[in-house]
Design a protein around this ligand. Structure first.
Ligand code: PML
Length: 260
């Protein structure tokens, strides 16, 4: 069996988070990639990190190979239209309107959780550790899929680490049958595009989900049925690698998305 490794990097400066990233790589690429992650932590636009944690771990099981979700960007102009659109889309797949309200409220409240919150379809919180949430790790993308994704995103003018890494994470999360959808708001004060992701509609980017300068955000996973422990094990431990990229298209309206 070919050996695969997970590399996870977390970097900070003066105790403030600067950068975090991860991937899955074959043994042949390991040393180059450790160098790249270190460089990334040292040359971040937020400043040069003074503490870099790198975890390199051999995977005991072969990564599951999956396709990325198809991607598009919604034509939203402000947080109000985003919320309205998100409600339309999420209620159309069975999530209660009050659950969507609750998710926006909890993500906007300013408690920086390290991981995602888990919510049932009615908006009841389910994660065992309400303060930390559930962190999704052990995911990556093959070199070929990454260059295909970069090409497709470049034609849309959105080829950056943030979009690529969020799509990889959302594709893993929404692969699990218990996950019906995900809502994400970046906690970066300068990054005002969020997304909703689901198997039904793919990865829908939501411009202007929050106003510039707001330093909090996070992720909510809407889940149903099944064994919570098994889902958390999948999100945290099961290695998943994207090996195929789906369609990536430009701006769409809610109506176009719902027509699907
Ligand atoms: C984050 O990791 O900060 C969330 C990123 C959301 C990316 C949304 C996008 O631009 O597609």
């Amino acid at each position: 069996m070919k050996k695969f490794f997970s590399i996870r990097m977390r970097a900070s400066k003066g105790g403030m988070h600067i950068s975090g990233a991860e991937g899955i790589y074959s043994r042949d690429n390991l040393i180059d990639m450790v160098k790249k992650y270190t460089q990334r932590a040292l040359s971040h636009e937020k400043g040069e990190s003074d503490e870099i944690y790198l975890a390199v771990e051999e995977l005991k099981e072969s990564p599951r190979r999956i396709s990325a979700l198809p991607l598009c960007t919604l034509n939203t102009r402000n947080p109000e239209t985003v919320k309205k659109a998100a409600k339309k889309i999420l209620t159309s797949i069975g999530i209660a309107e009050r659950a969507v309200e609750e998710a926006f409220k909890s993500l906007g409240i300013g408690i920086a959780m390290r991981g995602a919150m888990l919510m049932d379809m009615e908006g009841v919180r389910l994660e065992p550790d309400l303060l930390r949430g559930v962190r999704v790790t052990r995911m990556g993308i093959t070199e070929n899929a990454n260059s295909d994704l970069s090409k497709k995103l470049s034609t849309l003018g959105i080829n950056n680490n943030t979009v690529r890494e969020a799509l990889i994470l959302a594709s893993k999360v929404n692969r699990h049958p218990m996950v019906i959808a995900e809502l994400c708001i970046s906690d970066d004060p300068n990054y005002t595009t969020g997304y909703i992701a689901s198997r039904t509609y793919g990865y829908i980017r939501l411009p202007h989900i929050k106003r510039r300068g707001v330093p909090y955000g996070g992720r909510a996973f809407f889940i149903t049925g099944g064994e919570l422990k098994e889902l958390i094990e999948f999100l945290q431990k099961t290695p998943v690698i994207i090996n195929k990229i789906n369609t990536c298209r430009g701006i769409a309206s809610v109506e176009e998305i719902l027509k699907k």
